[in-house]
Design a protein around this ligand. Structure first.
Ligand code: BMA
Length: 337
């Protein structure tokens, strides 16, 4: 637990993050994002009865870091757990799953049907950390909840009808509404998927759904795309890391890149990288419970230096880090759009 609780309890995370987990670009590399030499930073069996820890979300919290982690247990139930870290690399993860307190009796109706919770995102919004995740309710849909302290968690209603995945909140209202990206899907390993944007006055009722972006034939993102970390506000637009999937003769291949969305009308894409930034190319991304998966769910930014660190799941088994510089990432997105 962070010793200084003056931040993280009701105060926004700082834009300067001098303690961001970081490694310089390796000599001789020209990659826009490079992998941490400490990968995988979280091994699959960090806690008891854990089969795998991946596709997880991290935020600054106090003088340290907190997160919500996807853990598939040894029964292969998918659920989410809170965790803390002083340096963003070495994590202490709660052995118990998050116990959601219903914000009203009707939320209890959806809790009675718990089947699974996975692929969390965490977003500082107004005065608290919101968590969105893939919540099983007659199939996958998007669960929404919040916490002030990563100890007590409160659950709101699901955002959408099933089937939906990859629900990602914007970190502020735009045009007077809360905004969320999502990817309508099917009840299986969905062989399609575009990113949509929905708006809400209260984080409960979602509507005015707009198409944001779809697939691109004959590329790394030809089968489906899905939003990754919370969009990052830049003067050039909202920077959205997203995963793209192609179907090879051995199944799905999950890579990731980024796009820039209009600041005021984020359903409009300003630029989008033709090339992926990370694709499964090293053993811990290629070999695991699901081969060939790199799946980003969170990013940290040190504003003054532009240093940016992305947390991504690898091969549905472990959690990894990659690093880059925000201005270079934006330039990469705009260079070959
Ligand atoms: C998606 C989700 C992700 C997973 C990916 C690859 O449908 O289940 O959690 O990383 O498939 O298996």
């Amino acid at each position: 637990m962070p010793s200084d609780t003056s931040r993280g309890f009701g105060a926004p995370p700082p834009s300067a993050l001098p303690n961001i987990p970081w490694e310089d670009r390796p000599a001789g590399s020209s990659a826009v994002l490079w992998r941490s030499s400490r990968n995988p930073i979280i091994r699959r069996d960090l806690i008891e009865r854990s089969n795998s820890i991946f596709n997880s979300a991290v935020v600054p919290f106090g003088d340290a870091f907190a997160g919500v982690f996807r853990i598939d247990d040894t029964t292969r139930v998918m659920n989410i757990h809170a965790g803390h870290s002083a340096d963003g690399v070495n994590w202490t993860i709660e052995p118990k799953t998050i116990e959601w307190r219903a914000t009203d009796a009707r939320v209890g109706e959806i809790q009675e049907n718990f089947t699974h919770a996975y692929d969390p995102r965490v977003t500082w919004l107004e005065d608290r950390y919101y968590v969105t995740w893939c919540n099983g309710y007659h199939g996958p849909t998007i669960g929404v909840g919040y916490t002030h302290d990563f100890e007590t968690f409160h659950q709101l209603d699901n955002a959408y009808l099933p089937f939906n995945r990859n629900g990602v909140l914007f970190p502020r209202k735009v045009g007077g509404y809360y905004l969320m990206l999502s990817r309508p899907s099917d009840n299986g390993h969905t062989p399609f998927g575009d990113i949509y944007l929905s708006e809400s006055p209260d984080l409960i009722h979602w509507g005015r759904h707009r198409h944001v972006m779809g697939t691109r034939p004959w590329t790394w993102e030809s089968t489906k795309v899905g939003a990754g970390p919370t969009p990052i506000e830049t003067p050039e637009g909202w920077l959205l890391f997203y995963h793209g999937v192609l179907t090879s003769c051995n199944g799905f291949v999950y890579s990731f890149g980024a796009a820039l969305l209009d600041l005021d009308e984020p359903w409009k894409v300003i630029a989008r990288s033709r090339d992926y930034m990370i694709a499964p190319q090293v053993p811990y991304e290629q070999i695991g419970d699901v081969q060939n998966v790199t799946f980003p769910c969170a990013a940290l930014l040190d504003g003054p230096t532009g240093r940016l660190s992305v947390y991504y799941g690898a091969a549905d088994t472990v959690t990894c880090l990659a690093h880059g510089y925000l201005p270079e990432i934006v330039a990469f997105v705009k260079a070959r759009t």
